[in-house]
Design a protein. Structure first.
Length: 122
């Protein structure tokens, strides 16, 4: 079970990094969402992976730690708000520039101006 969860976290993290490094804004948003899913699974798996056990201590022999579950619920809410903000920023950038790329156009880069100093150093 741990190998499957660790592999899923690794695959989602690798796919998220690949998507974040793209030039278009939609893959960047999907990559950030995948990365937040991988972090949620990591937080959830930090509380020991047990099946069919209650998160409340009813007997001393078996229970699940409720703290990672609470952290995951909080992280889901935060990642939903972050995704909504990133989508709004991407949409605003698309409406302002009429392009979906995440980099600056070539004409907006500052040009290198030659130095005003002479060869003598004055």
């Amino acid at each position: 079970m741990e190998l499957v969860v660790a592999s899923a976290m690794g695959f989602m993290t690798a796919a998220a990094v690949y998507l974040i490094l793209q030039q278009r804004t939609f893959p960047i948003v999907v990559g950030l969402t995948l990365l937040s899913y991988a972090v949620n699974i990591f937080l959830f798996s930090s509380g020991r992976l047990v099946v069919d056990k209650p998160p409340i201590i009813t007997s001393a022999d078996s229970y699940t730690d409720p703290l990672p579950q609470a952290l995951v619920l909080t992280a889901i809410v935060i990642s939903f708000g972050m995704t909504a903000l990133i989508v709004v920023l991407a949409l605003r950038g698309f409406l302002e520039t009429a392009t979906d790329t995440a980099d600056l156009p070539e004409d907006e880069f500052p040009e290198d101006e030659p130095s005003s100093k002479t060869a003598t150093g004055t």
